[in-house]
Write a protein that binds this ligand. Structure first.
Ligand code: ATP
Length: 234
């Protein structure tokens, strides 16, 4: 479904990513793990069209999307849920959710999509008229995920969905991600919470200093000595 071939990208003349090769098959849950500053967010921003690659190819369902405008990439079916959620704090939950569907035929089908999202997150449904900033961190993350789902993406990308959340809420967020994956949406997650994300994923990549240093099944990475020492503290 998605393929990055030899992608180098960064900010200005400085490459953060160097020769990144990565693929996601339809229906998979794939994760990119790595420490601070490894280039995980930059990878998602590059796929989303927010950062233009300096070199390489990004193919989504056969089409090269490298250099395409980010709104056109959303229209193709790729949505990113940003780090730290980035809701509109003064807007209601309902308005935040509606923002997720701003591209697709504006009002057409909006009501039905809102109903689908509310069915997925009943707690959010009870808070549709509340201002987003009045919600707990966990609830805000659910709204951010719901907003991403409003675009009916085929590939949903999560940037550190567990950031700043209590462990019990993190577990709920990963349950939701697994539920989304079971409905047929393909998922790509970048995380510093390596254990939890590998538990949820089919396959994973380790990104270090902007380069892919390992690629394997999630189970193999969980059992790998380097991953255990460097990321799991074992
Ligand atoms: P973190 O988990 O800390 O967000 P990350 O793996 O997601 O880490 P990136 O956010 O992709 O890493 O950052 C990789 C490198 O790119 C860092 O050295 C960072 O300072 C740099 N960088 C990120 N955003 C910008 C920007 N807008 N302009 C210049 N440099 C940037």
């Amino acid at each position: 479904m998605l393929q990055l071939n030899n992608v180098s990208a960064g900010y200005g003349a400085i490459n953060v990513l160097e020769d990144v090769d990565l693929s996601v098959e339809e229906g998979e849950v794939v994760t990119i793990v790595g420490g601070n500053g490894a280039g995980k967010t930059t990878t998602l921003r590059t796929i989303s069209g927010l950062v233009t690659p300096n070199r390489g190819e990004i193919r989504f369902e056969g089409q090269n999307i490298a250099g395409m405008a980010s709104h056109d990439i959303v229209d193709l079916g790729i949505t990113m849920i940003p780090e730290a959620r980035q809701l509109f704090p003064d807007m209601t939950v309902r308005e935040n959710l509606q923002m997720g569907a701003y591209r697709r035929g504006a009002q057409e089908g909006l009501k039905q999509r809102l109903e689908e999202v509310v069915a997925m997150f009943p707690r959010i449904g009870e808070r549709l008229d509340q201002r987003a900033e009045s919600l707990s961190g966990g609830e805000q993350q659910m709204v951010a995920i719901g907003r991403g789902m409003m675009a009916r993406p085929r590939l949903l990308m999560f940037d550190e969905p567990s950031l700043g959340l209590a462990p019990i809420i993190v577990a709920q967020v990963f349950e939701v991600i697994e539920r989304i994956a079971r409905t047929g949406t393909t998922v790509l997650i970048v995380e510093q919470n390596v254990y939890q994300t590998l538990k949820a994923a089919d396959r994973g990549y380790v990104l270090e200093n902007g380069r892919v240093t390992m690629a394997d099944t999630a189970d193999a990475l969980l059992g790998n000595d380097h991953v255990r020492r460097a990321y799991l503290g074992i």
